[in-house]
Design a binder for this molecule. Sequence first.
Ligand SMILES: C[S@@+](CC[C@H](N)C(=O)[O-])C[C@H]1O[C@@H](n2cnc3c(N)ncnc32)[C@H](O)[C@@H]1O
Length: 211
Amino acid sequence: MKEELAKLLQEMERKAEEERIPIMQPEGIAFLCSYIETHHVRSILEIGAAIGYSAIRMASLDREIKVTTIERDQKRYEEAVAYIAKAGLEKQIQILEMDAFDFHSEEQFDLIFIDAAKAQYIKFFQQFRHNLQEDGAIITDNLEFHGMVSGEVEIKHSRNLKRLVRKIRGYIAFLQENEEFESEFLKIGDGIAISRRRKGQKEDLLLERKQ
Ligand SMILES: C[S@@+](CC[C@H](N)C(=O)[O-])C[C@H]1O[C@@H](n2cnc3c(N)ncnc32)[C@H](O)[C@@H]1O
């Protein structure tokens, strides 16, 4: 990695820590980058850009990689735009300021990375599975949610947190029972799931869309 880029990423990590912006943890982003490299991923759709940290990490792996990333928070979007420009990655990263549920496209991606509102994971998955290449993968972060999902870390007084943890457990069950996708759950970073289409399912999906 070039020295300038490494410095920029360090600045972003510091900012995220100071302002409590939830960017990917080091182990999680390292895994994501090695997945992209070993699977020769070239096109990525990211739901949840925040300040653009993971988008920059992913796009800087290879000049051929294109990232489309979506952020609904105006301030974070503007900060991400500035960081992407500083990294010189405007040609590789397309950032959209919008609610991801308003993003409708026929484009097919090698990888879809879901890293936005956790309570909406099932809805994101259902909306964007249509945009996944046949051999692609949907990766979701934060499935352990700091140990709260397994119950290792007890939630004492927050109803909202309890509700969120119930939603994440619901998403895990949704993936485990999913007939179209097979998911692998990894204890990396804050907990990652990799979901790939079972064989023959893309053809069924295309037929379903034609009818
Ligand atoms: C965990 S942060 C993303 C971190 C980023 N992927 C990284 O690691 O650098 C989640 C972001 O998703 C955004 N978000 C949540 N729900 C969204 C939605 N429906 N559409 C677009 N962005 C959303 C939030 O504003 C927040 O900035």
